[in-house]
Design a protein around this ligand. Structure first.
Ligand code: G6P
Length: 613
């Protein structure tokens, strides 16, 4: 939620900040703003709407300065108005940008008002500006003032602060929200995501919880939460520079859909042999922990939650372990009973989702055997705070609607399932034909994904019949039920069509009442154990005039038998069908959204990284 970027250089930083904001726009896009220390003093411009609106404003009111901060917002406290847009100032000399949420802002605001500070916005961020200003009055030292102010802040934040009296540096700090420093030659930067800075550097320092940094043209100095000077490792960017652009695709989402064969391959790389999962893919510590696992709890949000739901079927069937899956925002507020020897698994693309992190922090105190993260961002909070980790290697995902992160999560979860199976079967183990079968199918999967991508034109044609509809129903059974949920989520996220997913067997218990010719129904029907039952459910829909679009393989014989619209999918083993069948649903949602003319990469009201509760 919200993206921040800061720069100190020996050239004007406005273009760097603006480009940074464009690349951070996926984090929030209801207003944007920028402040620089110009020769005539601290100058600010803000605009409601996307970064392009701010750019327009800057064309008529240009800002020039060699130190500056900028922000793109996803509103939490206060409507998306110009007055609530960041940077927020205290007086005319100090400006702050903030990503996160200050939970005790109301009491801080009262205290500050009592000492004479006046507030112009409804945001929680403005208290940070005044608080720092208050301490700055006492010491005249911006760094010390930030150190003192953040002690009083409860909640999550990454902030960057500039003061007109100190054009030679900016101060930034993080606790609970991501912040990375970019190291340039004679210039320094900070941002919520390294993507924002790839135009100026490929050297990054990831701040740790509680770190405060001072950025200047001579470099960066970091102090930890105990007030000690610390060195943090510098990392080179490894994903190439194309990660941040569309490479000729019309949208990031489409580019990311098409990247799936490659990133699945990357996620498997070095982790499987021809016939088995390689030992120690979870690190050496795993061999001490995993033999004790008797059950698994999986926690995640959004699309990552759907990956967890698929994993439940796999972990129970393939590894033979009981598995519970829950959304993090529910899990963290109920009285969870943790059976002995339970492994806690959290899944997150960003590794920064507030509810998932809170659930993990609860789990670490709750008597779990160990915690494990499936995550796409190395160095994220989730990775730092779990005992074990299995990285997805999807590369940066920019489209707000998650695609390649999801399918690589499924790959990682299948690897985890096979590791758990192996540990449980260790005593009786000879050749495991199940593992062999799944691993050789994993090798073949990227090719099959390419074959599904080649069905794009057909899917685009089917999308026509959805574009003028208000509602859609997605049906699946078994592992395809969570895939139906993911298909419905994709459609509603980017096309704003109301879509619901049902386990097909549940249809007759209510949703069948909704079915008529205005309600397109999507059915996911690979040739598996539940196919005949699904066919009966589809007959029920057909009998009520519903238009059904079926995704099925040749062996399923759904089309010819039943006279339905069918998209023929390549055959795949049952266990991997959920991964393959995700692709046409992503493409369907994409094409419907394009037909409707919605903002595919930045759908209304949403943000990619939800770092607030
Ligand atoms: C937001 C995004 C979703 C994502 C969810 C969980 O809602 O828009 O695409 O699935 O957060 O994010 P995570 O980074 O934890 O997977």
């Amino acid at each position: 939620m919200c993206g921040i970027v800061g720069a100190v250089a020996e050239r004007t930083v406005t273009p760097i900040l603006l480009e940074g904001l464009r690349r951070l726009e996926y984090r929030g896009y209801d207003s944007a703003g920028l402040a620089v220390i110009a020769p005539e003093g601290l100058q600010r411009q803000r605009a409601v709407g996307k970064v392009a609106q701010l750019e327009k404003r800057l064309e008529t009111h240009p800002l020039r300065g060699m130190t500056g901060i900028a922000h793109t917002r996803w509103a939490t406290h206060g409507a998306p108005t110009e007055v609530n847009a960041h940077p927020h100032m205290s007086g005319s000399q100090l400006a702050v940008v903030h990503n996160g949420i200050i939970e005790n802002y109301a009491s801080l605001r009262q205290r500050l008002q009592a000492t004479g500070y006046t507030f112009e916005s409804q945001t929680d961020t403005e208290v940070i500006a005044h608080l720092i200003e208050k301490y700055y009055q006492q010491s005249g030292d911006l760094f010390v003032a930030v150190q003192q102010a953040i002690i009083l802040l409860e909640g999550a934040f990454a902030i960057a602060v500039v003061h007109q009296a100190h054009p030679e540096y900016l101060v930034c700090a993080r606790k609970g929200s991501p912040l990375v420093l970019g190291v340039g030659s004679g210039e320094s930067f900070c941002a919520s995501d390294p993507l924002a800075l790839l135009q100026v550097t490929d050297r990054f320092i990831y701040l740790q919880e509680g770190d405060i940094a001072c950025l200047s043209v001579t470099g960066v100095e970091i102090v930890d939460q105990q007030g000690q000077n610390v060195e943090r490792p510098m990392k080179m960017w490894e994903h190439g520079h194309q990660a941040a652009d569309k490479q000729g695709y019309k949208h990031y989402m489409l580019k990311e859909i098409h990247e799936q064969p490659k990133v699945m391959q990357d996620t498997l790389e070095g982790r499987i042999s021809q016939t088995s999962v390689l030992p120690e893919i979870l690190g050496s510590q795993a061999s001490l922990i995993l033999p004790h696992v008797e059950q698994v709890h999986v926690i995640a949000c959004g699309t990552s939650f759907h990956a967890g739901m698929v994993a439940r079927y796999w972990i129970e069937k393939i590894a033979g372990l009981p598995c519970m899956v829950e959304v993090a925002s529910e899990y963290r507020y109920r009285d969870v009973v943790v059976p002995p020897n339970t492994l806690f698994v959290c899944i997150s693309q960003s590794g920064e989702t507030a509810d998932t992190l809170a659930a993990l922090r609860f789990a670490r105190q709750a008597g779990y055997l160990a915690t494990l993260a499936i995550c796409n961002v190395p160095g994220s909070s989730l990775i730092r705070e779990t005992d074990l980790a299995l990285m997805t290697r999807a590369g940066p995902e920019i489209g707000v609607a998650s695609t390649k992160a999801f399918t690589t999560q499924l790959i990682a979860l299948m690897l985890l399932t096979l590791v758990l199976r192996r540990v449980r079967q260790a005593a009786s183990r000879g050749q495991d034909t199940c593992e062999q079968r799944i691993v050789s199918a994993l090798h073949a999967l990227p090719d099959k994904i390419n074959r599904v991508l080649a069905l794009d034109e057909q899917i685009e044609a089917y999308a026509q019949s959805f574009a003028d509809k208000q509602h859609a129903l997605f049906l699946g059974r078994g592992t395809q039920y969570p895939i139906a949920m993911e298909g419905a989520l994709k459609l509603k996220e980017i096309s704003y069509i109301h879509a619901e997913a049902y386990p097909a067997g549940e249809l007759k218990h209510g949703p069948l009442a909704l079915v008529d010719k205005e309600m397109p129904v999507v059915a996911i029907a690979p040739h598996d154990d539940l196919l005949e039952k699904l066919k009966s459910n589809l007959q029920e829909v057909q009998a009520r005039g519903g238009q059904v679009l079926v995704f099925a393989d040749g062996a399923a014989r759904v089309g010819a038998e039943m006279g339905l619209a069918v998209l023929h999918m390549p055959e795949v083993i049952d266990e991997l069908a959920p991964i393959l069948y995700t692709l046409p649903l992503q493409l369907l949602a994409y094409h419907v959204a394009v037909l409707k003319g919605t903002d595919v990469d930045q759908p209304r009201n949403l943000a990619k990284s939800v770092t607030v509760e």
